[in-house]
Design a protein. Structure first.
Ligand SMILES: *[C@@H]1O[C@H](CO)[C@@H](O)[C@H](O)[C@H]1NC(C)=O
Ligand SMILES: *[C@@H]1O[C@H](CO)[C@@H](O)[C@H](O)[C@H]1NC(C)=O
Ligand SMILES: *[C@@H]1O[C@H](CO)[C@@H](O)[C@H](O)[C@H]1NC(C)=O
Ligand SMILES: *[C@@H]1O[C@H](CO)[C@@H](O)[C@H](O)[C@H]1NC(C)=O
Ligand SMILES: *[C@@H]1O[C@H](CO)[C@@H](O)[C@H](O)[C@H]1NC(C)=O
Ligand SMILES: *[C@@H]1O[C@H](CO)[C@@H](O)[C@H](O)[C@H]1NC(C)=O
Ligand SMILES: *[C@@H]1O[C@H](CO)[C@@H](O)[C@H](O)[C@H]1NC(C)=O
Length: 251
């Protein structure tokens, strides 16, 4: 009996990892990242056109901190020394406050009731949102992870550390940045999704430096949008499984 419970718990734990395997700091709490009726969750595959404009974010349970920051990172930037990859900061927004009441968001797994994180003080993003735009290089498929960090009581020095880190998007290292801001252990929720370039990949040395990684500008939408419809059924499946696990566990 006990061992059966343990097995169920272990299975649940592997289903419930919200950030990609191997990524630190990890989180097992859902972060809802919603792009106008579309919330790719926990490893779902999504088209880049869907993710072009800044999403709304929320949590399934109400958070009790007074302020939060969202950080989004591409973990699979190609370099000129494959299979070595680099990272790129896509978004850093501080000053987010949990809403007091729930909002129903459309998601790939049906309606989700979430407590939105609101930009009530109109804080300017430390790193404005850049939509995913993986180049036609190996790896074609990129993991984008989003973490929500509890910044209640962030010191002035901590804020300065975040501002400095946000200036250099390339090579963004979350554990180092959070440590420099005194925010180690403060990750409250996480999510990830994949965006894939349809390929074929061109040679590593013909498309510019590793630093830009071929990423788009803030407009993010230039180029193909064709993968959208094809990606959706998969997203529905993965998202649906995630929500099913959540419901099953009563989380
Ligand atoms: C959510 O989806 C439903 C059904 O497709 C639609 O009627 C509604 O307008 C959508 N709401 C938002 C905010 O996108
Ligand atoms: C929020 O609640 C958790 C326990 O649920 C507690 O550990 C934490 O200190 C609380 N934080 C604040 C800012 O009240
Ligand atoms: C933030 O912006 C909204 C909409 O422009 C405005 O109504 C609100 O007063 C602003 N809040 C603050 C704290 O400046
Ligand atoms: C917060 O408000 C500022 C100023 O209006 C805006 O530049 C920024 O994009 C907003 N961020 C979010 C997440 O709404
Ligand atoms: C997401 O992308 C990563 C990195 O390329 C890959 O390892 C993983 O299999 C992809 N996941 C899905 C569901 O396609
Ligand atoms: C940004 O970070 C990368 C990787 O850590 C480093 O190579 C580069 O020199 C940094 N650029 C600036 C302007 O600090
Ligand atoms: C680029 O790659 C091609 C084929 O892989 C190789 O022949 C060429 O020497 C490389 N050029 C540079 C500058 O590394």
């Amino acid at each position: 009996m006990a061992s059966r419970c343990l097995a169920v718990l272990l299975a649940a734990a592997s289903v419930l990892a919200r950030t990609p395997p191997g990524f630190t700091p990890s989180s097992e709490t859902d972060l809802v990242v919603e792009y106008k009726g579309f919330a790719p969750m926990n490893g779902a595959v999504v088209s880049k056109s869907v993710t072009a404009a800044e999403p709304r974010i929320g949590t399934l349970a109400r958070l009790n901190g007074s302020s939060y920051a969202v950080i989004m990172i591409d973990l699979d930037i190609p370099t000129n020394n494959p299979p070595k990859t680099n990272t790129l900061l896509h978004w850093m927004q501080t000053g987010l406050v949990p809403a007091a009441s729930v909002t129903t968001l459309n998601s790939t797994s049906g309606p989700i009731r979430a407590f939105l994180l609101e930009n009530r003080s109109n804080s300017t993003a430390l790193a404005p949102y850049i939509g995913p735009n993986p180049p036609a290089r190996v790896p074609l498929s990129h993991r984008y992870t989003q973490i929500l960090v509890d910044t209640s009581g962030l010191t002035e020095r901590g804020m300065l550390a975040l501002q400095t880190a946000a200036k250099n998007r390339s090579g963004f290292d979350a554990p180092t940045v959070l440590a420099s801001a005194g925010l180690t252990g403060k990750v409250a929720a996480g999510n990830s999704f994949n965006v894939t370039n349809p390929g074929p990949a061109v040679a590593a040395n013909t498309t510019g430096s590793a630093a830009d990684g071929g990423q788009g500008s803030a407009s993010g939408t230039a180029g193909g949008t064709g993968a959208g419809a094809a990606a959706r059924p998969e997203t529905v499946l993965v998202g649906g499984l995630g929500l099913f696990a959540v419901l099953l566990l009563g989380l």
